[in-house]
Design a protein. Structure first.
Length: 113
């Protein structure tokens, strides 16, 4: 079973940028779906962006045009480039791969106004 380690979270002002990374312990070459989720305090975990091995990326409406998901098979890494950050983007961000679904431990992103 693969293990996931996220990094890149932090505190940023509104309008700023962050890039999240998710390093997978094994090869991601055969992993079909890789995704980023987030969970804000008091809210349910939501899908932010996903990318499949054979298809293009998809995004939740609120981040379209601001976030970019990508994968580097050579580095076994999933990325989430986040630009034009807003306070409502504040959440713990989780990397997930599958099937079957495996979760990372999460990284905190805080956007100040």
């Amino acid at each position: 079973q693969v293990q996931l380690v996220e990094s890149g979270g932090g505190l940023v002002q509104a309008g700023g940028s962050l890039r999240l990374s998710c390093v997978v312990s094994g090869s991601i070459f055969n992993i079909n779906v890789m995704a980023w989720y987030r969970q804000a305090p008091g809210k349910q975990r939501e899908l932010v962006a996903a990318i499949t091995s054979g298809g293009g990326p998809s995004y939740t409406t609120s981040v379209k045009g601001r976030f970019t998901i990508s994968r580097d098979n050579a580095k076994n890494t999933l990325y989430l480039q986040m630009n034009s950050l807003k306070p409502e983007d504040t959440a713990v961000y989780y990397c997930a791969v599958g099937p079957p679904t495996t979760w990372g431990q999460g990284t905190q992103v805080t956007v100040s106004s």
